[in-house]
Design a protein around this ligand. Structure first.
Ligand SMILES: Nc1ncnc2c1ncn2[C@@H]1O[C@H](COP(=O)(O)OP(=O)(O)OP(=O)(O)O)[C@@H](O)[C@H]1O
Length: 271
């Protein structure tokens, strides 16, 4: 394939149109924390096998929206979610939905790497074991290895699988947490500022990994770094005080946004 064709194919992949498959759809999503409303009628669809960045000033509702996508807000007593969110067309707030299974399909990686206080091996093996994904030790070993390979950390840990996960560097711990999310074969991976606790070298590795992962997974990432959003995402959604301001191809959002608030935010005028 020549360069031009490759670029055209890439562009097509990156530009959702009528043929785009949306992995998740959010329709009129609202969230209240007690009396306080944190999200107002957010309509936002998540294209399959792309990276979508959620940006906006502190407190605008990015993490709140992210947490709606795998019902993590259910764990906050005062949170109430309204509207509709679907995964492959299925309403994830339907009472029939098994939330544990949903969170395996829509995995999450947090701001601060949070490995279990167990061995590197156990950190990865735990999920497949409780979800009954493997039949025996050999299969479990294979899942552990392939998850660590997909998270680009296998070579660094293969000789120390029985050592504690908490003994790794911050960047390694975050890739371990990504491997742990991958181990239960998710379809979507949610990342809430996954690099904010990492140094620039570890950040670069995680960003490289995110770029590789989008071949197989749908990724939604909350980030405060405009550079990071520009580097890793194909689509960007801008939030402001609980509202979705606009959403579009990352290139366009960073060069020619429709809304002045986006322009102001990406040029550092507020936030
Ligand atoms: N557990 C909670 N209880 C009460 N209010 C909350 C809770 N979590 C978030 N909020 C409020 O909801 C609003 C949106 O918060 P959220 O954390 O989603 O914003 P954010 O854009 O992710 O912010 P940041 O960039 O600072 O992480 C804020 O006003 C926040 O104070």
């Amino acid at each position: 394939m020549n360069m031009l064709t490759e670029a055209a194919v890439e562009k097509k992949l990156m530009t959702p149109d009528a043929a785009t498959t949306y992995k998740m759809r959010g329709e009129k999503v609202t969230v209240h924390y007690g009396e306080k409303q944190a999200l107002f009628d957010v309509d936002l669809n998540i294209p399959e096998k792309q990276v979508m960045a959620l940006i906006g000033p502190s407190g605008c509702g990015k993490s709140t929206f992210l947490r709606c996508l795998n019902r993590m807000n259910d764990t906050i007593d005062i949170a109430r979610v309204g509207g509709k969110i679907t995964l492959d067309g299925e309403d994830i707030y339907d009472p029939k939905i098994d939330v544990v299974e949903l969170r395996a399909r829509v995995g999450m990686v947090f701001q601060k790497p949070n490995p279990f206080p167990k061995s590197i091996y156990e950190n990865i093996a735990y999920g497949p074991r409780i979800h009954g994904l493997t039949k025996n030790k050999a299969e479990l070993d294979a899942v552990v290895e392939s998850s660590l390979r997909k998270a680009a950390i296998w070579n660094e840990v293969k000789d120390r699988l029985q050592e504690p996960g908490t003994g790794l560097s911050g960047g390694q711990q975050q890739r371990l947490c990504i491997a742990r999310a991958i181990a239960v074969s998710p379809e979507v991976i949610l990342m809430d500022e996954p690099c904010s606790a990492l140094d620039p070298i570890a950040t670069a590795k995680v960003e490289e990994l995110i770029d590789e992962l989008r071949q197989n997974y749908t990724i939604v990432i909350v980030t405060h770094s405009m550079q990071q959003a520009a580097r890793v995402s194909q689509r960007t959604a801008m939030f402001h005080i609980g509202y979705l301001v606009e959403e579009g191809p990352t290139d366009k959002m960073f060069t020619n946004p429709d809304d002045k608030r986006t322009q102001d935010y990406i040029t550092g005028r507020f936030g």
